[in-house]
Design a protein around this ligand. Sequence first.
Ligand SMILES: Cc1cc2nc3c(=O)[nH]c(=O)nc-3n(C[C@H](O)[C@H](O)[C@H](O)COP(=O)(O)O)c2cc1C
Length: 175
Amino acid sequence: MTSGDGAGDSMDGREFRRVLGHYPTGVTVVTAACPGGPEGLTIGSFTSVSLDPPLVSFCPGHDSDSWTRMRDVGSFCVNVLADDQADLSSTFASRTGDKFRGVSTRVESTGAPVIEGCFAWIDCRVETVHTAGDHDIVVGRVVALGTAEGVADPGSTTNGPLVFFKGSYGRVAGL
Ligand SMILES: Cc1cc2nc3c(=O)[nH]c(=O)nc-3n(C[C@H](O)[C@H](O)[C@H](O)COP(=O)(O)O)c2cc1C
């Protein structure tokens, strides 16, 4: 066990990531329609916050170039990736090139890109942004949402959501 029990005590970053990596998460790509073109980044820190009003949140890092450009747009879409979209997750987690090259998208309510083939999407308007250490906590009010079920996509090979656990991608078994 490693502790950081005093004010200003820094914790071993690698140990922090190792232990937090034991918490399995889904994988999302948060997108926005920015003045200079579409932007997006891979986000694992997505969660629901409130039912009434319908609020969700995610935590982008202050060092994210994409979030810096997305921050003042006022709306975003959370694309929950499907288990055949691990490559997309890697693309949107990288800092190289045009992340949207070859990616099919459409728009729903806010104009933010909805990635075709994603497992679910949640379109939001920014409600509040709170600074928390080296990240922000972005709270969004949901204005539209939907899932892949029922969307006829003959080319799709997905069974369920993409999962991230101990630094690796996986899928939910037995679905
Ligand atoms: C599975 C996974 C989950 C991630 N979750 C987050 C997150 O919650 N917050 C964050 O700031 N970065 C997260 N990242 C890293 C960002 O995606 C990455 O730093 C960012 O895309 C870098 O590009 P940018 O500078 O264009 O934003 C995650 C990466 C991966 C692979």
